[in-house]
Design a binder for this molecule. Sequence first.
Ligand code: SF4
Length: 215
Amino acid sequence: MGLFNMPTVVNNVETLANLPFIADSGGQAYAAIGTDRSKGTKLVCLDGHFNQPGLVEVEMGTPLRTVIDELGRGFRKPIKAMHIGGPLGGLVPVSKIDELTIDFDSFSKAGFLLGHASIVCIPEEYPLIEYLGHLFEFTAHESCGKCFPCRLGSTRGKEMIQKAKDGNYKMPKELFSDLLEALEIGSLCALGGGLPLPVRNALLYFKEELGPYFE
Ligand code: SF4
């Protein structure tokens, strides 16, 4: 039971946390913060690969470089990519840091997703194929099973990656691409539909590392 022993809708806590400021200062004051299309502030979660991990609040439009170097005090070890915006967010190579600002437009125009703006770092030495395998595994585990592109596709992808990791099997590029397309356009919700984004980012920016696993 929720509030007053009645069913209760619980909204995003980050959204609710903005309400006192808007109630006190008015909508105009809130709208004056951030960018034209991304108003207000964003909470950004920095993982343990930062010298100063934790949760920071920044104005929308803040350069990603500022978040990493000034608020997070840089990386503790060499990093090759950051998974930003949750498990189904984009995989951002470090070469793109200076092109991005913390707002929805900047990320979507560059082919990524700001999402909830958590930053999970992928160290230089960590194999991306392991990471992609984990993403498929996560989706297969979390899938509610309602639609088959997600229910079956996540498991088939997990199996393909596992076989390729074991050796003696190269993933057919066209089949893998068809799998991503089926997930993207055939899934009923963002779990199956969102998985292809980080996978495609990885295939685009880490061709050399992932190439040996494909035909
Ligand atoms: S995409 Fe969503 S609705 Fe479809 S099986 Fe996956 S979790 Fe369920």
